[in-house]
Write a new protein. Structure first.
Length: 226
């Protein structure tokens, strides 16, 4: 991987940037350039995806170095829009337990039936408690920070149609699987011929073993550039 290339770690709109904090620190200890944009929005006053893409673009435009966009979970859907939101050169896309882009569709289409029914009944998602995440993130303090960072969304967020970005992907892609929840996306990445890797753990394994996740990111980054 080119030493000038920066890892741009993008969190899901359903969480905060805390999910990437430990991996970002680990990569910086290894001498890598790292940015962690915070995806903020105007509360539905305009398309959520547009707000998120512009928030990420502010960080991207702060440097001229090539960027490797690394998306966790629902952030995978946003990578095409984020990449086209600025002028910075994108060297690749790396999906970490993430949904693959679904242009022209909405997130409600790809959610499990139980969550769809809950949203349609007026509830918000995610509604995880500390106890729900105890097995996935064993450390109490880390788990508390994760729960506090959650950003539950209502039906209006999940029915928003995602933009169609022509000629995407415009750079190599790779996939890192952390949990069984995303095996279908991982399998699709393999079918597309992307470099893939697996790391047993859970959906938030970057908070449990940031060193191992950083290792896999660096390995996949090298495979992308090769």
């Amino acid at each position: 991987m080119d030493a000038d290339t920066a890892f741009v770690l993008i969190h899901s709109p359903l969480t905060g940037p805390v999910v990437w904090s430990a991996v970002a620190a680990e990569l910086r200890r290894r001498g890598r350039a790292v940015a962690v944009p915070e995806l903020v929005d105007c509360g539905g006053l305009r398309p959520y995806w547009q707000d998120f893409a512009e928030a990420a673009a502010e960080v991207l435009e702060a440097s001229d170095a090539p960027a490797l966009l690394v998306a966790h979970s629902g952030a995978g859907l946003l990578l095409p829009a984020i990449a086209r939101s600025g002028e910075r050169r994108i060297s690749g896309y790396l999906f970490v337990d993430a949904v693959l882009p679904a242009p022209g569709r909405c997130q409600l289409d790809i959610l499990p039936e139980q969550i769809r029914a809950s949203l349609e009944a007026g509830r918000r998602f995610p509604d995880w408690s500390d106890g729900d995440l105890e097995e996935v993130v064993p450390d109490r303090g880390t788990r508390r920070r994760l729960v506090e960072s959650l950003r539950p969304r209502g039906l209006d967020f999940f029915v928003e149609e995602l933009p169609v970005v022509p000629d995407w992907p415009d750079a190599p892609c790779a996939y890192l699987l952390l949990s069984e929840w995303y095996r279908e996306s991982w399998a699709e990445a393999r079918r597309l011929g992307w470099p893939t890797s697996t790391l047993g753990g859970g959906h938030f394994h970057m908070l449990v073993d940031p060193g191992a996740v950083a290792d896999r990111l660096c390995q996949l980054a090298r495979r992308i550039e090769a």
